[in-house]
Design a protein around this ligand. Structure first.
Ligand code: CUA
Length: 196
């Protein structure tokens, strides 16, 4: 006789799943399928996905494009960051880097723009405060989002992806001018905590 330490059980040694266990398993499985189906459903019906304009871009080339964009449409500076007022309907550019958003964008209410986002170093997160708009800003990729500002105001771009010791200081700015009276309606829609 071999002594292996393993001896076979005799008879039915396991207990079949109890009825309640089967019910719960079925409920969990159905719920998994519902959640799974929601992903394509929201993609098609949710209207909240990015516009799908994306391309690979060399970080240096992106920086050069942003520099050109600033040269073309700069109207001032804000704490050393150029303020750019691009024409309605144009492609506009925002560059994320440790730990700044460049430039400050001055847009018109009701005008459509294609906002390009990219980073020249590490991942950053584009969060337009106080709206629920979040987007990953990834080095090497240019993401284009079709946007139309609907409310005049003075908004902040908060980096919501940890990107180093200055992460909490990485706050940018978007100014939206009211469509009716360009200069007179420059009242900020919301005072969001002073200068940067
Ligand atoms: Cu950029 Cu955090």
């Amino acid at each position: 006789m071999h002594t292996t330490g393993v001896t076979s059980q005799t008879g039915v040694w396991w207990k079949p799943a109890h009825k309640s266990e089967k019910i719960w398993f079925t409920i969990a499985f159905i719920w998994c399928m519902v959640l799974f189906a929601m992903m394509p459903f929201w993609h098609l019906k949710g209207g909240q996905n990015p516009s799908g304009i994306r391309a690979k871009v060399d970080p240096d080339a992106y920086r050069a494009r942003v520099t050109q964009f600033i040269q073309d449409y700069q109207v001032g500076t804000d704490n050393g960051i150029p303020v750019v007022a691009p024409p309605a309907g144009s492609d506009i550019y925002l560059l994320g880097q440790m730990w700044q958003w460049i430039p400050v964008l001055q847009l018109e209410e009701g005008a459509e723009y294609t906002l390009h986002l990219s980073s020249v170093d590490v991942n950053h997160g584009f969060n337009l405060y106080p709206f629920n708009i979040n987007f990953q800003v990834v080095p090497g990729y240019d993401y284009g989002l079709r946007i139309t500002p609907t409310e005049a105001g003075d908004y902040r771009i908060v980096c919501n992806e940890f990107c180093g010791v200055g992460h909490h200081l990485m706050v940018g700015k978007v100014i939206v001018d009211g469509s009716a009276t360009a200069s007179a309606s420059n009242t900020p829609g919301a005072s969001l905590g002073g200068d940067r």
